[in-house]
Design a protein around this ligand. Structure first.
Ligand code: PLP
Length: 448
């Protein structure tokens, strides 16, 4: 019997009792390699002593001070550090406690900015199908995952969705990347014109799509073109790097690789690396200045914003990433991971695509590689892969609904940045075994 209201109350979960490097140990002493960082969170593994000590030091000194009374040195220092590394123009940081809160803050900031700027008619948000921005009502409304939204549709704010930059499924045969990116930018422009250019507040996108479609990177030039469209109509660009940011792609901010700066950028997950619950919304100087010169305050706030102990953890995570040159490891191990998977799956009849950036990798499973037809969702292939992987002492993050929120299966792999070459080999070995076992258990073990 449990009194915890678990995510899936009918399932029986193992009890996690300890962490050791990239592994979690359960109450039976079984070890699981955490090859997904939970949900792309635990980027330093589960026992980083420096981060643990930093939390202890801060808790001993001052665990928490409410932000309507005080600021703290630790929050100031973390904000300075993030701003120094952030894409151009993002000069201020609003700290929250997680990803959905960071998105809620982003949406309200965008709206308040336009109200204070004298453009109160700007109220529409445009995002992309097959996206995920969180589970609170505002974030869920913006997100484009049909299955997650469906039961709550009558209570969601209005949001508009355009085609994602999902090359494996959306790029036409014979279409160049450049033409594909242009087509998507044209679609965004058409949507802005349809809604009325003066009524659109922001376009929201994950720089690299995470959970809903499985580490889908944009094609080159996509975000440059999107930025141009936003600029043309005075629409804010909000990038959600809650999963893809903070080093996951090999860059502290994923959009560095795309050569653009958004107006608002959200981070969480890897920011606190799972040692503390923390997220943040980075804001352009233009937005900040309008609000400071106008009402003088952001009409928002939660009890735990700028939590001192959470900031101490996040600051130490940042130091470890920099001092141990972990972004270099993310790039190298990411290349290794993708190349091992691509090699192994080169002729596999049921693996349609291996993609990603850095240690943020997606494997899409298909019933027919030529037609890209997905498996019957009733077979719940993604859940079977998850349990087969767990049996082999491996945590990965498989998900269904890859294609349209209902059909399709993919596996998200997001190991800690501290992974060694040998550990990546072990992950690939266990994963490929688990995938074969799962395929065979749903009757898809075609001869290769
Ligand atoms: N945005 C993205 C891209 C995410 O991946 C997530 C979580 O998976 C969220 C937002 C929501 O974050 P949280 O679960 O911390 O509220």
């Amino acid at each position: 019997m449990t009194t915890v209201f678990h995510r899936a109350p009918r399932a029986t979960l193992p009890v996690a009792v300890a962490g050791d490097g990239i592994e979690i140990i359960d109450s039976n002493g079984r070890r699981y390699i955490d090859a997904c960082g939970g949900a792309a969170v635990s980027c330093l593994g589960h026992s980083n002593q420096r981060v643990i000590d930093a939390i202890k030091r801060q808790a001993q000194k001052l665990p928490y001070a409410h932000t309507s009374f005080f600021t703290t040195d630790i929050a100031e220092e973390l904000a300075d550090r993030l701003v120094d590394a952030a894409p151009k123009g993002l000069g201020h940081v609003y700290f929250v406690s997680g990803g959905s809160e960071a998105i809620e803050a982003a949406l309200k900031l965008a709206r308040q900015y336009f109200v204070e700027k004298g453009q109160p008619e700007r109220r529409h948000f445009i995002a992309r199908r097959q996206s995920y921005h969180g589970n609170t009502l505002g974030a869920l409304a913006i997100g484009g995952n049909a299955w997650r939204r469906e039961p709550f549709l009558p209570i969601l704010i209005e949001a508009h969705h355009v085609t994602p930059c999902y090359a494996y499924r959306e790029q036409c045969a014979g279409e160049t990347e450049e033409a594909f990116a242009q087509r998507l930018a044209d679609e965004l422009e058409a949507k802005i014109l349809e809604l009325g250019p003066d009524s659109v507040a922001a376009f929201v996108a994950e720089t690299v799509v995470g959970a809903t479609a499985g580490a889908v990177p944009p094609v080159r030039e996509y975000f440059r073109k999107i930025r141009e469209v936003c600029d043309k109509y005075g629409v804010l660009l909000i990038l959600d790097e809650i999963m893809s940011g903070m080093g996951r792609t090999g860059y502290l901010f994923a959009c560095e690789e795309d050569g653009i700066s958004p107006d608002i950028l959200t981070i969480a997950k890897g920011l606190g690396a799972g040692y503390q619950a923390i997220g943040a919304t980075l804001v352009s100087d233009e937005i900040y200045n309008i609000i400071v010169a106008g009402s003088g305050f952001f009409q928002h706030g939660h009890t735990y914003i700028g939590h001192a102990t959470a900031c101490a953890a996040a600051l130490e995570v940042q130091r470890v990433i920099a001092e141990d040159r972990l972004l270099d490891n993310v790039k190298a191990r990411g290349e290794q991971l993708r190349s091992l998977l691509r090699g192994h799956y080169a002729d596999h009849p049921f693996v349609g695509d291996v993609r990603g950036r850095g240690l943020f990798v997606g494997v899409e499973l298909v019933q027919n590689r030529d037609t890209k037809a997905p498996f019957d969702p009733q077979k719940k292939l993604n859940s079977v892969v998850k349990s087969e992987a767990m049996k082999r002492g491996l945590m990965v993050y498989p998900m269904g609904g890859t294609v349209d929120g209902n059909q399709g299966d993919h596996i998200l792999i997001a190991p800690p940045f501290i992974c060694t070459e040998q550990q990546i080999e072990t992950i690939v070995g266990r994963l490929t075994d688990a995938v074969d076992a799962a395929l065979s258990s749903i009757g898809a073990s075609a001869t290769r």
